[in-house]
Design a protein around this ligand. Structure first.
Ligand SMILES: [Fe+2]
Ligand SMILES: [Fe+2]
Length: 353
């Protein structure tokens, strides 16, 4: 399969049809035997937000509508779509219903990851009623896929609020000091251990979580408390790739055998910690920050990614509206993902606006 031709197709086809650049990922899983190759699409962090009655925040709606339209235009068609979490902003039935209504226009089968904005109003009850289990695995054409709910937290924190709305509002803040760190938790880790016991160590494993399964920056909950314990369960496998949402920006890293890649959001970009409060950046050391060209352009630093996974190793093409496209590829010589253009000359942190 030729990624560049698909990218050209999307730029031509989608641009002509709906006039824009759209935030989603296309993932190619590639084998030495090309007859086994397949693709899937990945959309994340739409934050559908209810105002009142039938009114929703229009800009967040538009981001998701455009991602859905672009997914439906892909040729060849993705085998399935993964939605990466934070479909809702404050976890309400209205937001989840409306988000799923918009996603209902997708032609491929869609699977879901739980985000904290979907969860902390009713602790995932309505989400589960609509979408089923919060963690699960499946096999597809020789790859073992695992979906984890990584945004759980301590029971003590969950039970300390006087109303579910108060709990949801606190967890919805990026840098609210009253929040609580995310975690996968012992129950799910025991399940993961059991699930992976059935999988051959040569099988490529792709894991989806909402928060990063690595510790990046606790102050903004770019963090999973038991990340190391989950990584230890993945360690015996030869090729492991973790995709996550939540951070609304480009990040990548390599820890042991595991390659990490984030996806951009369909809603809005988060700044990097160093660009916001002049705090020291706690990004993975490999990451070259995105250039924020225009903070007043609503689509700046949202974007899409094209991802090739070659025998479990990824090449991610990030397309940014009115900004320089980026490619982050696994380098077999250094055994880590690297930005093919910027890795050697880091982009300096942007000024605080
Ligand atoms: Fe988000
Ligand atoms: Fe999130």
């Amino acid at each position: 399969m030729n990624t560049l031709s698909r990218r050209s197709f999307l730029k031509r086809g989608a641009g002509a049809a709906i006039g824009g650049l759209l935030p989603l990922s296309l993932v190619e899983v590639a084998f030495a035997d090309k007859r086994r190759n397949f693709t899937f699409a990945y959309i994340s962090d739409s934050h559908i937000q209810h105002i009142k009655g039938n009114q929703f925040v229009r800009n967040w709606d538009r981001g998701l509508i455009r991602a859905v339209a672009e997914t439906n235009l892909m040729d060849p068609k993705p085998d399935f779509v993964m939605y990466g979490g934070d479909l809702a902003q404050l976890g309400t039935k209205a937001e989840l219903d409306h988000g799923l209504e918009l996603l209902g226009a997708l032609r491929p089968h869609t699977r879901f990851v739980m985000g904290e904005h979907d969860y902390y109003l009713d602790l995932g009850e309505y989400w589960s009623k609509l979408l089923g289990p919060q963690y699960y695995s499946f096999d597809h054409k020789g790859v073992h896929f695992v979906v984890l709910n990584s945004i759980l937290t301590y029971d003590k924190w969950i039970n300390k609020w006087s109303t579910p709305e108060e709990r949801m509002n606190v967890m919805a803040g990026l840098d609210n000091p009253l929040g609580s760190p995310f975690m996968v938790g012992a129950k799910q880790r025991a399940w993961l251990k059991q699930d992976l016991a059935k999988v051959s160590k040569d099988t490529p494993v792709v894991v989806f979580s909402h928060s990063p399964l690595q510790k990046i920056y606790k102050g903004w909950n770019f963090w999973t408390e038991d990340a190391e314990q989950v990584q230890a369960l993945l360690k015996p496998f030869k090729q492991v790739t973790v995709f996550y949402g939540h951070v609304h920006q480009i990040q990548y890293n390599q820890i042991g055998n595991i390659s990490f890649y984030s996806a951009m959001a369909t809603a809005w970009p988060w700044p990097y910690p160093a660009t916001y409060n002049q705090k020291p950046s706690h990004l993975p050391k490999l990451t070259v920050e995105m250039n924020r060209a225009d903070p007043f352009f609503e689509r700046d630093a949202t974007g899409w990614q094209f991802i090739d996974v070659w025998s479990g190793r990824a090449t991610v093409h990030y397309s940014l509206p009115e900004n320089t496209p980026r490619t982050v590829a696994y380098n077999p010589k250094t055994r880590r993902p690297e930005d093919t253009r910027y890795q050697k000359k880091r982009i300096p942190p942007q000024k605080h606006y």
